[in-house]
Ligand binder design. Structure first.
Ligand code: NAD
Length: 295
């Protein structure tokens, strides 16, 4: 039996980051604009610190400006809101990202709601979510679903008419991805923790995206032979006396059935950061009254 094509998210993300770099250089040369990304981290969560560092570094490598704002764990919500307000008004900041999760006591929806939608490069503000849901122009699209869509289109070309299953209904992955796939004319099913007989639902999917946070939940024998499988999950599991990252798909059994599959790590993760840089560039262009750059 032939094994699935392993979709190389790292390679595609590198191409995308290089495209952002070229477009950023053009924006600077033609209009004197250097896109700026402000990243706000509240507290000391280790995983969040790693993400934030890598976002800042990737932004600078692509020729963007990056501004880091580290706040203590006991920051009051009103102080964080005041910082967001300042960043909304800062002309050299085109994109604002507040790293989630936030410490208890700070409402994520209040903070996200305070970000100027034009600078909301995570795409979580209700204005951007609404634009995406209604298929209108001008949305800043959440980075992880955008990355999933790019991986799918890179591998499959047109998605029109395919049965797509998204497992997970979060506001940051499942719901926006379902909207994007509808926009590509897929027949979309969204499954979640109350879905009955998930293996039977999975068996009809030409495209299966797993975003549940449940390590190796999707088994090879659930998957329609030849389907394209996108694994969004990032789960740390014990491995001897160490730990390692695995996805929401049981890669070992799935690779024998799927037509193509993303690995963890090296699939969706790198695309998420590349899409964040792309959103920052798009946001900067729009704020200067320019067309969206082609990348
Ligand atoms: P979440 O916890 O907000 O949502 C999980 C969803 O999975 C829920 O809608 C829930 O109904 C569903 N679910 C849980 N158990 C299920 C089950 N047994 N059967 C069917 N559905 C089930 O999670 P999230 O923020 O959407 O993240 C999902 C996963 O994606 C996590 O592993 C997270 O670490 C990862 N993630 C990765 C990236 C990336 O860049 N690669 C970005 C964001 C999230």
């Amino acid at each position: 039996m032939t094994e699935a094509v392993v979709i190389d998210g790292k390679a595609l993300a590198l191409e995308l980051r290089q495209g952002v770099g070229r477009a950023a250089a053009g924006l600077k040369a033609d209009h004197g604009v250097i896109p700026g990304l402000a990243v706000v981290l509240v507290g000391e969560d280790e995983a969040s610190r790693i993400y934030v560092r890598s976002k800042g570094k990737s932004a600078e490598e692509a020729g963007l400006r990056s501004f880091h704002h580290g706040l203590p764990e006991d920051t009051a919500e009103e102080d964080l809101l005041a910082l967001v307000h300042d960043l909304n008004g800062a002309p050299d900041v085109n994109g604002i990202l507040v790293q989630l999760p936030l410490p208890p006591g700070i409402s994520p929806s209040a903070v996200i709601g305070a970000i100027d939608p034009a600078k909301d490069v995570d795409g979580f503000h209700v204005v951007n979510a609404g634009r995406l849901a209604t298929g209108g122009p001008g949305a800043l699209v959440p980075c992880t679903p955008q990355g999933c869509l790019m991986l799918l289109k890179h591998h499959l070309g047109t998605l029109s008419g395919l049965n797509a299953l998204v497992i997970g209904r979060s506001n940051i992955v499942g719901k926006p991805l379902a909207a994007l796939l509808l926009g590509e004319h897929c027949t979309v099913t969204v499954a979640h923790s109350r879905t009955r007989d998930l293996p039977a639902v999975s068996a009809r999917a030409d495209i299966l995206v797993a975003a549940t946070g449940r390590a190796r939940m999707v088994k090879g024998d659930w998957i329609k032979p030849g389907a394209t499988v996108i694994d969004v999950g990032i789960n740390r599991v014990p491995d001897g006396d160490r730990t390692r990252l695995v996805g929401d798909v049981d890669f070992g059994s799935a690779v024998k059935v799927a037509g193509a599959i993303t690995p963890v790590p090296g699939g969706v993760g790198p695309m998420t950061i590349a899409c964040l840089l792309r959103n920052t560039l798009i946001a900067a262009a729009r704020q200067h009254g320019l067309e969206d750059p082609e990348i």
